[in-house]
Design a protein around this ligand. Structure first.
Ligand code: URA
Length: 255
């Protein structure tokens, strides 16, 4: 194992809460001594029926469709145990802002700050997102639907070290996202970056998709570059401003 891999693994363990090394040598707790392996496996097989394979996407669909309010949906998603990301996350991150808002923003997944606070888009990228939408008169804290924002992510749990979400994780959370949009009922959706475009449109390539209206979950959807990208590439803010103006114009048209 090279230095960087070993360091990344150690950091991951520290994020999970490990704060002490308690042995000099690694222990493989999955290893079964050869002498007992066969009888033990046989005993386990007779003692416990092997559970039928659970399809996580079907399980998510069943849980999501049964939810008849945003509170019920949050409860069902929080209780969903088939996504491995849940095990490594500190907090479940469902949504923030005003569920009555005409505009619903869908981001990728919680990062470090969101995982700590349990709310979406509260770190540096989130602060930029707030400033961007304030420039067109929208805020997550607004009480009135016309000036409000409702914000969620494709994934409610932080991926380890902020890695890209796996297609299987996106597929598993998609029924919850679809139901989330149905229950919130926004007039339009903003897809922030590649992951929500992959989830909602089945397409990637945000630099080509941005600025063009699409349809997601039966609603008009504007793909935009993610604020984290804008922090790294400030020149792209000009295009993001054009996209924000397109959102503003569409809201005005649909009034
Ligand atoms: N990036 C996202 O896509 N969502 C968050 O909540 C935070 C950062």
């Amino acid at each position: 194992m090279d230095f960087h891999t070993a360091r990344a693994l150690l950091e991951w363990q520290m994020e999970l809460g490990a704060d002490e090394a308690i042995g000099e040598r690694p222990v493989n707790r999955y290893e079964v001594p050869a002498a007992v392996a066969k009888p033990m496996v046989a005993a386990l097989e007779t003692a416990r029926p092997i559970p039928a394979e659970v399809d996580p996407v079907r399980a998510a669909e069943t849980a999501a469709t049964a939810a008849d309010s945003l509170e019920a949906l949050a409860g069902a998603q929080r209780a969903f145990d088939l996504c491995e990301l849940k095990k490594g996350a500190r907090n479940f991150v469902f949504a923030d802002g005003n569920p009555q808002a005409r505009v619903m923003i869908i981001g990728e997944a919680p990062g470090r700050d969101e995982d700590i606070e349990g709310l979406p888009f509260v770190g540096r990228a989130g602060q930029l997102l707030d400033r961007m939408f304030a420039a067109i008169g929208l805020a997550r804290s607004a009480a009135h639907a016309k000036e409000a924002l409702y914000i969620t992510n494709v994934l409610p749990w932080r991926p380890p070290s902020n890695r890209d979400p796996e297609p299987a994780e996106i597929a598993m959370m998609l029924p919850f996202l679809q139901r989330h949009v149905e229950l919130a009922g926004p007039d339009l959706i903003v897809l922030m970056g590649n992951t929500p475009c992959a989830a909602a449109l089945g397409r990637k390539g945000i630099l080509r998709l941005r600025g063009h209206w699409a349809e997601a979950f039966g609603k008009p959807a504007m793909p935009m570059t993610h604020p984290a990208y804008l922090l790294r590439n400030p020149v792209a803010k000009r295009e993001a401003w054009a996209d924000l103006l397109a959102v503003k114009a569409r809201l005005k048209e649909a009034q």
